[in-house]
Ligand binder design. Structure first.
Ligand code: ADP
Ligand code: DP6
Ligand code: CO
Length: 339
């Protein structure tokens, strides 16, 4: 018998991935950039057991059995096994996968990113695979390719029709900008109506705005964002982050039928951020929202106390004991145990 347990971080995009040019291979229409969070509070934890005695393959997520035949899981497993040494005896045994997220699943907090990065990393450990695996994690969930690396990460969309160059690369490690923090304001922790996959498929098919975003806006913005991160220019970083989140959600609303991931509370938080920045006379906090209502705030450590006290004042019932005040200090992905 062999067993491996890994944990992997979520990542929060500042230039968003929204739209695929290939649904099955999960190839995006634009590059994206995110930061991988430290795994000390929000993470996916996955254990894989393999044994000659296992009668069938099994997959549990948060205590509930899932189908083992999903195309995404099958594609990841196939891609990993292709890289393994055929002579490895346990390569041909059945496996049992058990994964848990310690934060809301399918609520716009990047559970698919942490989940598939963790799964693919654990499989790579199990079958002794070395080298690039972000393009395999991508086949589980696009955003998962970025969670393979720590710090600030760019997913290069690539040009190949088969996707071997559509992978993530680290821009800089997290200690490049050690003062950076992320507040995750949980507005609603229930499962969203449209998964990210479904939402972006509708947008890609029906929105005309998404073409302008992918071909004109993001290519310029992505270079400016990389520079802002390299130069630790918070003003530029904040402006680009907020505008890109708005652009993604505008494309969602431009879809037919329109997709509204944000709710009234998300919009109130956004207004609060603008008021707060106006009051401070510079951009000191930046919001970004994934495919869900939950609203994330990038800010520097020096700003956390002030901003949180305002948030707690304006939303006393929601975020007073918000458990998702997250550091962005030590991104990591590591095997916990191997036997
Ligand atoms: P999110 O915004 O949370 O990433 P998505 O719609 O992108 O939401 O993806 C949610 C789906 O990702 C879940 O329904 C499940 O299929 C998959 N997923 C989430 N967590 C894990 C995990 N730990 N391991 C494997 N798959 C996961
Ligand atoms: C809004 O990676 O979850 O979080 O590739 O279909 O699994 P699939 O979608 P997913 O989409 C993430 C979209 C986003 C923005 C981002 O993380 O870049
Ligand atoms: Co996702």
């Amino acid at each position: 018998m062999k067993m491996i347990t890994c944990i992997a971080p979520i990542n929060m995009a500042v230039i968003k991935y929204w739209g695929k040019r290939d649904e099955e291979l999960i190839l995006p229409i634009n590059d994206s950039i995110s930061a991988s969070l430290s795994t000390d509070v929000m993470c996916a934890k996955t254990t894989i057991v393999t044994s000659a005695l296992l009668k069938e393959n099994k997959f549990w997520l948060n205590g509930q059995e899932q189908s083992f035949d999903s195309p995404r899981l099958t594609n990841c497993l196939r891609a990993i096994k292709k890289r393994a040494d055929e002579k490895l005896p346990h390569l041909h045994w059945n496996i049992s996968i058990c994964s848990e997220n310690n934060f809301p699943t399918a609520a716009g907090l990047a559970s698919s990113a942490a989940g598939y990065a963790c799964l693919v990393y654990a499989l790579a450990q199990l079958y002794n695979i070395e080298g690039e695996i972000s393009n395999i994690a991508r086949q589980g969930s696009g955003s998962a390719c970025r969670s393979i690396y720590g710090g600030w990460v760019r997913w290069h969309k690539g040009n190949s029709p088969v996707g071997e160059d559509s992978l993530a690369k680290q821009i800089v490690p997290a200690d490049h900008w050690p003062e950076m923090r992320l507040l995750v304001l949980v507005v609603n922790d229930t499962k969203k109506k449209y998964s990210s996959a479904k939402g972006m498929a509708i947008t890609t098919l029906t929105s005309s705005l998404i073409k302008y975003r992918a071909n004109e806006i993001v290519p310029r913005r992505i270079e400016a964002m990389e520079q802002a991160i390299l130069n630790k220019n918070f003003q530029s970083f904040a402006e680009l982050t907020m505008k890109d989140s708005n652009s993604m959600h505008a494309c969602c609303l431009d879809s037919f039928p329109p997709i509204a991931y944000m709710n009234e509370v998300s919009h109130s938080i956004i207004q609060l951020v603008h008021l707060y920045n106006d009051y401070k006379k510079e951009l000191t906090v930046a919001y970004t929202v994934d495919a869900g209502p939950n609203t994330c705030i990038y800010l520097l450590e020096s700003e956390v106390e002030d901003f949180l006290s305002i948030v707690n004042f304006v939303f006393p019932n929601n975020v007073d004991d918000n458990e998702y005040y997250r550091g962005l200090k030590l991104p990591s992905i590591r095997p916990l145990d191997e036997s």
